[in-house]
Write a protein that binds this ligand. Structure first.
Ligand code: SF4
Length: 876
């Protein structure tokens, strides 16, 4: 590069960003090596903002005059927030933090574009007038306290240059700037007035071959870009390749994934971010890194209770104490809490037998939770945060990997910056301190350092002005490039338009984008501009700024081969067909606790029955607010049991007056509700509503029971041991009624509404409970029925040996599915069918054979275990 010749010891090369500075340093090294030198003086090549800070620091170090405090970004934002909050009429403003950021950026723009805040247009609208008020207050506070901020710093440095308290360099070379703000121009003028020579270098004026192409969509565009870069890298690993995406910050993770998959070798599927091929700029918010997310969750614990969602995360995260040594117990505990639908966890009641080490940690932790009424300095709160994290053993016992280590380092730096808020803010309570810390962690964009790489994946502004050998700029469609104008809402629009301030108007955006596009055209010998044809439902055209370039087709490029990992895995499959339908028979000591459900599952799908009752494989439950459907069903069963224990027969029911019946129902429902888990009973209002609903349900159901012929309840929720074939089961019959003729009616309560007696028939009955109960001797059941206790659709659905005068219970002769069998013949058929199912279960028949895949498998969570989808594929 020609301009390297001009660099002397008192030359400053200024760039718009760090990345360009680093690149120029590298190029300078190469330049000196090419000159045959082995040693040379490192030149001063800096981003302009760093140079200004450096001038200030050098001045501060040598002067004896009082130096103002230079505020950091967090301090500035805190100050803006304070001012906005304290300004009259702003009490109702909801998004204070966002407004503070907007005000800070408006203030910075005003200074960069040298706008006078006293301009009459600032009285023209509510928002501009608000900014005027805030700026005046901000200036007054800064002046009173001798503070300056980053926006004012160039003015401060300018003054010192003019008074010769800061010495300007002999030569200033600016490289890669798209434009200089008026403030920067004035600063450079001060340097020139003080004796500097100023040179601007816009780009690198490469002889370049520029083309444009289009891809189907964004995904194809990024993939092609990565494959192109890989192919160039394969030809020459020392080539500098730029891959530029305007919205890289929004899609960084996806871009990283695509590049990582494409650069994977034949025997790997991805490369990690410590690879030596490519480097992706644009970090992510510090709070989005898992180790920091856990830290912020820990700090947010302010009470002795915690929602299961958060507690579950703490049970499973590797970033708290003893997470490795106690991981099995913690995972089990998580499952137990979910199974019990425990939504709220009482941290002080964590049982030592579940996770002793974690329980101990929480005991220590709860002792140091701060009182929110205490006001302390930010430094004291930073200590408190550290103590809280320490008490829970953050960041965990396993060694951190390189990325986690860097993230934790960055967190510690953030805490140091947090402490500097003491210089500008008064004492705060815990919640206020935590709010500031969270905000800082969210705004702090952190990028993990990775080794230098020949392929740079960059955002648009970082790439502008950078020299490459090859460059691909993606995403230049007619909507994104130039983008819509986005003027600052707090600065009068007319002023922004007249002064050509950034993002003020469509013309301004067009001019700016044109300059950048031209810069890109000169940044490498081969430049490709691309755009996607479609985004979501939107048809896209190339941006008018690249439309004139010659178009090339995607397949004319030399792209590295790429087969997506999923396809590679699929291709590499070695199919081994192994039908394993046979499990070992039930062992003598094996206890099967399932009752009639075992037979039901065996009928629905033998594998499901085997997996659930013998392997105990079940889906992990998700806690729900309030009672789950199964819990509600249990409470209804219990209420009915208690009511019939009290009533005993229909005659008593009919004889009772309304008030007494209500009292019985109320007592029974209350007792039933007392059986639900304790944690739910804390929600008193919810339980009161549930009680009201249940009482109404019971009252309406009993009205149905009154309409039947007389009966006596002879058994309620009775457990009966029963052997079917070789299988010993313990069945629980909801209710047995003795009818007028002395026969028994077996009742199965159903609290849903889709109950079908046709599910009792065939060789795979889906609801075999009642048929099974009817086989139990000596119950002598001659009728069986579902009792549908469902608001608005109450009723019986059953069959009997003969007419028994209960609406919904039909004689067997009327049931088509019974195929004309008598009651005793039907019982015999059930005996054979159910015994066969029990026999199959006992002897380990575990075929993946759902009765109706579309129905049976829909709500079954065992698909990854039974691999039904693979089975279906083999079958077809
Ligand atoms: S998903 Fe279907 S085939 Fe698999 S166990 Fe469940 S019911 Fe059986």
């Amino acid at each position: 590069m020609e301009f390297f010749k001009n660099i002397t010891t008192n030359t400053i090369v200024l760039t718009p960003n760090r990345r360009l500075s680093a690149t120029l340093h590298k190029r300078y090294q190469q330049y000196q090596l090419d000159q045959g030198l082995t040693t040379w003086q490192t030149p001063t090549i800096l981003p302009v903002t760093i140079w200004i800070h450096q001038l200030f620091k050098e001045y501060a170090d040598k002067t004896f005059s009082p130096i103002p405090l230079l505020l950091n970004t967090s301090q500035e934002l805190l100050l803006w927030e304070k001012i906005i909050l304290s300004t009259k009429d702003n009490e109702q403003l909801l998004r204070i933090a966002e407004t503070a950021e907007l005000a800070r950026s408006a203030w910075s723009l005003l200074l960069q574009w040298q706008v006078d805040i006293e301009h009459t247009l600032f009285t023209s609208g509510e928002d501009c007038a608000a900014l005027y008020q805030w700026v005046k207050a901000y200036q007054a506070i800064c002046e009173k306290n001798q503070w300056i901020d980053t926006a004012v710093l160039p003015h401060y440095v300018m003054e010192k240059l003019t008074s010769r308290e800061i010495i300007a360099p002999d030569l200033i070379i600016t490289v890669g700037f798209t434009e200089h703000s008026p403030q920067l121009k004035t600063l450079f003028e001060s340097c020139v007035n003080s004796g500097s020579t100023l040179t601007h270098l816009d780009g690198f004026s490469e002889e370049s071959d520029c083309k444009r192409l289009n891809a189907l969509d964004n995904e194809q565009e990024i993939q092609a870009m990565a494959r192109w870069a890989k192919s160039l890298y394969a030809k020459n690993p020392h080539t500098m390749i730029g891959c530029v995406l305007p919205s890289l910050d929004k899609m960084r993770d996806r871009v990283a994934q695509i590049f990582s998959e494409i650069f994977a070798t034949d025997d790997t599927y991805t490369v990690d971010n410590q690879n030596h091929f490519f480097n992706i700029s644009a970090g992510k918010s510090l709070s989005h890194y898992p180790v920091i997310h856990t830290a912020l969750q820990i700090l947010s614990i302010q009470k002795k209770t915690l929602a299961l969602e958060i507690f579950s995360h703490l049970l499973l995260t590797p970033f708290i104490g003893e997470a490795e040594s106690e991981r099995i117990q913690r995972a089990h505990y998580d499952l137990t809490l979910r199974a019990n639908n425990k939504n709220i966890i009482h941290l002080d009641a964590l049982l030592e037998q579940d996770c002793p080490l974690l329980a101990k940690r929480f005991q220590q932790f709860l002792n140091i939770i701060a009182d929110n009424n205490v006001f302390l300095s930010y430094t004291s709160w930073a200590n408190q945060f550290c103590n809280m994290l320490y008490a829970l053993g953050w960041p965990g016992e396993r060694s951190l990997n390189s990325e986690e280590y860097q993230v934790v380092e960055s967190w510690l730096n953030l805490l140091s910056e947090f402490e500097t808020l003491d210089q500008v803010g008064p004492s705060v309570n815990f919640q206020q301190a935590l709010h500031h810390l969270k905000k800082m962690a969210t705004h702090h964009v952190f990028q993990v350092q990775s080794p230098a790489a020949p392929i740079q994946v960059l955002g648009l502004l970082e790439a502008a002005g950078m020299p490459f050998d090859y460059l691909w700029v993606a995403g230049l469609d007619d909507i994104a490039w130039p983008p819509q104008p986005k003027p600052n809402p707090l600065i009068p629009k007319r002023l922004q338009r007249d002064l050509h301030m950034p993002h003020a108007t469509a013309e301004r955006e067009l001019t700016f984008c044109k300059i950048i596009t031209e810069q890109f055209q000169q940044s490498a010998s081969i430049v490709i501009f691309s755009h996607a044809e479609k985004r979501e439902q939107l048809e896209l055209q190339p941006s008018s700024l690249i439309r004139m370039l010659p178009k090339i087709a995607l397949d004319s490029l030399a792209l590295a081969n790429y087969i997506p990992p999923s396809a590679r895995i699929f291709e590499a499959r070695e199919k081994e067909l192994f039908i394993d339908n046979q499990a070992p028979s039930v062992l003598a000591h094996e206890k099967i606790n399932g009752g009639a459900s075992v037979i039901k599952q065996q009928a629905l799908c033998p594998f499901k029955s085997f997996a659930e009752w013998r392997l105990h494989a079940r889906a992990m439950e998700s806690p729900l607010p309030g009672l789950r459907a199964t819990d509600r069903g249990k409470v209804i069963h219990k209420s009915l049991e208690l009511i019939w224990n009290a009533l005993q027969d229909q005659a008593t029911l009919i004889a009772l007056d309304k008030e007494t019946l209500n009292t019985i129902i109320q007592n029974c429902v209350e007792s039933a509700l007392n059986t639900i888990p304790h944690s739910h009973r804390e929600f008193k209002q919810y339980i009161a509503l549930e009680k009201q609903r249940l009482m109404q349900l019971m009252l309406e159901w009993l009205a149905i029971e009154k309409q039947r012929p007389p009966f006596k309840v002879v058994s309620n929720e009775k457990s009966i041991p029963f052997t079917l074939g070789s299988l010993a089961l313990n069945v629980r019959i909801d209710r047995i009624d003795e009818l007028q003729d002395g026969t028994a009616l077996l009742i199965d309560y159903k609290t849903g509404k889709h109950n079908d007696i046709n599910h009792w028939f065939g060789d795979r009955p889906e609801e075999p409970q009642l048929p099974l109960y009817s086989l139990i001797e000596p119950l002598h059941a001659t009728s069986i029925t579902f009792a549908q206790v469902y608001a608005g659709e109450y009723g019986f659905k059953g069959i009997s040996y003969d007419e028994i005068d209960i609406k919904g219970v039909k004689p067997i002769a009327m049931i088509k599915k019974a195929n004309g069998l008598s009651w005793n013949e039907q019982l015999e058929e059930w005996r054979v069918t159910l015994t066969q199912l029990s026999h199959d279960f006992y002897h380990g028949i575990a075929s993946v054979d759902p009765k109706d895949p579309d129905d049976t498998c829909t709500w079954c969570a065992l698909q990854p275990l039974c691999r039904i989808n693979e089975t279906l594929e083999v079958a077809t």
